[in-house]
Write a protein that binds this ligand. Structure first.
Ligand code: FAD
Length: 442
């Protein structure tokens, strides 16, 4: 195992935290009564609070850690709208058929999520290194390339993706690597600095009058004659509505929802400053890059173009840096041999939440509102679902307000909310399948 990859001063925390570190600066004590209590202060919870306040509704956000401790300051910051929906659904399952029937509406909602994200960033004046310069998705095998080619029309028709195929001969226009068999370029995509976006959303919610409470866990909810009581170590909070926005950190507060999401770890490394700017050395056009492997990787230049931020499922469960960093480093050098010897300065991990149908969900369960199941793509999507949930509450609606609202949220008889017994096996199986696919590709 290589040990020469760590820079002096190497840190096991997100590189993003160099610009903004999770903290409690805007924290207030929770009141005894409010209109809406939101559990979880990630993009989902904060965008719910912001939109509620814009509609004149009182909102209290409870965060059991410091603000920004969840996935929302740990992610890759890659954004797109709609092209990831339905990914992972295959064959003729009832879920895949339902997606097929409703894909126009569902992908349309996915496309809207990017618009909502951009609108919030512009309206609130959030300075978060937004680059709207597209995404290249590399094909792991010629068959994956052909599969993607069959979907381009659908992506463009329903998600307005601005997508086109890039054959292997032209791949170097997008990525200085021979690793892929060509790929797809979607223009309606890009990347941002996730922690600076988070900071902007946190400040906007605070400025709009939401009460934000750090280090306060929602321990239990009780139904009352007029709504809900949320129990915390600082006392109970009476409210009319509760919104659960806990995604990959969903716990025993909501056991029924816990059984509907699978927390999966994702890991990222950041390189030291590159000898040449990333767009010259690695990724012309500074685009975001993904690929079609089952054990996928995703990567992008830092907003200043000086480093590479490289993520992937080095392990499917939380893993210490000494396990995840060398694995990611190898994936990175497989794609960019020119980076062999570069040092890494940061490695970190966080949880994404997969729904059993690979779709994001909002709705109500036994009277509790929820927005859950980012499936690895939540920067735009959880912002959108939070905004939509707030609009629904503000409108006094119980009926669905968009195609992602109120869809069946499946569970499974063998899944009790703890995936640790099967995720390592799934990871090993996916790695084997990737290997076989590539061998067959010749
Ligand atoms: C490594 C990594 C890379 C990713 N890359 C991308 C990417 O490039 N693009 C993309 O679109 N998405 C990406 N994602 C996904 C994205 O980060 C998430 O979808 C998004 O941040 C989820 O936001 P959220 O508000 O739903 O949840 P979170 O930000 O995870 O917030 C949930 C919060 O709920 C809190 N909580 C839980 N239970 C309680 C309780 N009982 N009381 C109080 N608080 C509670 C937790 O402490 C947590 O802070 C990535 C995720 C990870 C981990």
């Amino acid at each position: 195992m290589r040990k020469d990859i760590y820079a002096l001063g190497f840190k096991a925390q997100p590189w993003w935290w160099e610009a903004w570190t999770p903290n409690t600066a805007l924290s207030q004590d929770p009141p005894a009564r409010t209109q809406v209590v939101i559990v979880g202060a990630g993009y989902g919870g904060l965008s719910t609070a912001l939109e509620l306040r814009r509609n004149g509704i009182d909102a209290v956000v409870l965060e059991r850690g410091v603000f920004g401790i969840g996935a929302s300051t740990r992610n890759g910051g890659m954004i797109s709208g709609g092209t990831n929906l339905g990914k992972g659904l295959g064959g003729k399952s009832p879920i895949a058929e339902e997606f097929e029937r409703n894909k126009a509406a569902l992908m349309g909602a996915g496309a809207d999520s990017l618009t909502v994200l951009e609108d919030i960033i512009a309206r609130e004046g959030i300075d978060c290194g937004l680059h709207k310069n597209g995404r290249f998705v590399g094909a792991w095998t010629p068959r994956h390339y052909d599969d993607m080619a069959t979907k381009v029309e659908v992506y463009n028709k329903y998600a307005n993706a601005g997508a086109s195929m890039v054959p292997r001969e032209r791949q170097h226009e997008f990525i200085k690597s021979d690793y892929y068999y060509g790929g797809m370029h979607a223009t309606r995509a890009g990347h941002l600095h996730p922690a600076l976006y988070y900071k902007g959303l946190l400040e906007a919610a605070h400025k709009a009058g939401a009460i934000l409470c750090a280090n306060i866990e929602a321990e239990r909810t009780e139904k009352t004659a007029t709504g809900w009581r949320v129990l915390t170590a600082k006392g109970p909070i009476e409210c009319s509505e509760v919104v659960v926005a806990t995604n990959g950190y969903t716990g025993d507060l909501t056991p029924r929802l816990k059984r509907r999401v699978v927390p999966v770890a994702s890991h990222i490394i950041a390189t030291e400053e590159l000898p040449e700017p990333a767009d010259k050395m690695l990724i012309p056009g500074m685009r975001a890059i993904g690929d079609t492997k089952r054990v996928l990787t995703y990567y992008r230049p830092s907003p200043d173009g000086k480093r590479l931020i490289f993520g992937g499922r080095a392990r499917f469960t939380a893993a210490p840096p000494e396990v995840s960093a060398p694995a990611l480093y190898q994936y990175m050098v497989d794609r960019f041999p020119q980076l062999d010897g570069i040092k890494i300065t940061h490695v970190w991990t966080g949880n994404v939440a997969f729904a059993l149908d690979y779709m994001p969900h909002m709705g109500t369960d036994e009277g509790l509102h929820y927005l859950l199941g980012c499936n690895g793509n939540g920067v735009a999507m959880m912002t959108y679902l939070g905004t939509q949930t707030a609009k629904k509450i503000a409108g006094g609606r119980n009926t669905p307000i968009n195609p992602l609202d109120g869809r069946e949220f499946p569970d499974h008889p063998f899944y009790n909310g703890d995936p640790s017994w099967f995720l390592p096996a799934v990871g090993a199986w996916y790695r084997t399948r990737d290997w076989i696919d590539r061998r067959l590709a010749g």
